[in-house]
Design a protein around this ligand. Structure first.
Ligand SMILES: CCCCCCCC(=O)SCCNC(=O)CCNC(=O)[C@H](O)C(C)(C)COP(=O)(O)OP(=O)(O)OC[C@H]1O[C@@H](n2cnc3c(N)ncnc32)[C@H](O)[C@@H]1OP(=O)(O)O
Length: 218
């Protein structure tokens, strides 16, 4: 087992891990890493978060659940790898490339002209009043804006700024459509726009700048 070491975030590229600087030189993709049931594990963990977000357990049940979650965490602690080896973020066959920390989305179309994805904010993405938290909406725009700019520049990009307009409430547990595209490409600068719709209703839009990384840039 390799322990997770956040002090190695800028280790140089090598043959077994061909990333450069702080990000991989290329977007790393896989459909097998973590095994055939990795997506199911992610979905159960999301369900755990949904249920935990709204649970109000009596004391004796809290005690039992602490022991159960502790046992689960001990199992997860046994299988830690570093960020370059984890399936999370690489599994293009799974929602949000298998990255549990992102609102789950499925890309239905993607290329240099932009990205279209179905995004569903889960019950645990609650901000208030049954609507999604604005921070989670920004996370979805950041990732799908990053994907649109990466597909345009054919390399890894990093967010320089990201401004979200919250135009109307974003519902939970509802398939929504997110679109992101590069409006203007100026050298390394990809100016990205995006929208989030619930049917015909605009929930949010984004204006962001992503910068293509130079080789070896941390
Ligand atoms: C598919 C996977 C998708 C994943 C997407 C996830 C993306 C992320 O969340 S990334 C994490 C969040 N972002 C960060 O941590 C970024 C931190 N900042 C940085 O690393 C650097 O400031 C970085 C890379 C943005 C720019 O630095 P650097 O590469 O040295 O570029 P630099 O020379 O300063 O600027 C390049 C150009 O961009 C412009 N620029 C840079 N930052 C900004 C900004 N915030 N606002 C406006 N313009 C900017 C500069 O003015 C310059 O313009 P010009 O070429 O016309 O003179």
């Amino acid at each position: 087992m390799s322990p997770v070491s956040h002090s190695e975030w800028d280790r140089p590229a090598d043959a077994s891990s061909p990333h450069e600087g702080g990000f991989r030189a290329q977007i790393d993709i896989s459909t097998t890493r973590g095994g055939p049931r990795y997506g199911e594990l992610n979905e159960e963990l999301r369900r755990l978060m949904d249920l935990a977000r709204y649970a109000c357990p009596p004391e004796e049940l809290t005690e039992a659940m602490i022991a159960q979650v502790r046992a689960l965490n001990e199992n997860l602690a046994k299988v830690q790898v570093d960020e370059w080896e984890t399936p999370s973020g690489t599994r293009i066959d799974l929602p949000s490339r298998g990255n549990l920390t992102l609102p789950p989305y499925v890309v239905t179309d993607g290329g240099p002209d932009g990205v279209i994805a179905d995004v569903t904010f889960r019950p645990f993405h609650l901000g208030g009043n049954k609507a999604a938290h604005g921070g989670h909406i920004a996370v979805a725009f950041d990732d799908l804006g990053g994907l649109a700019s990466a597909l345009k520049v054919e390399g890894v990009t990093r967010t320089a700024y990201l401004t979200v307009g919250y135009r109307s409430l974003t519902p939970l547990d509802t398939p929504l459509q997110m679109r992101t595209w590069v409006e203007t490409l100026d050298g390394r600068k990809a100016f990205v726009k995006g929208t989030l719709h619930d049917g015909d209703r605009l929930c949010a839009d984004v204006d962001a700048l992503f910068i293509a990384l130079k080789p070896g840039q941390p």
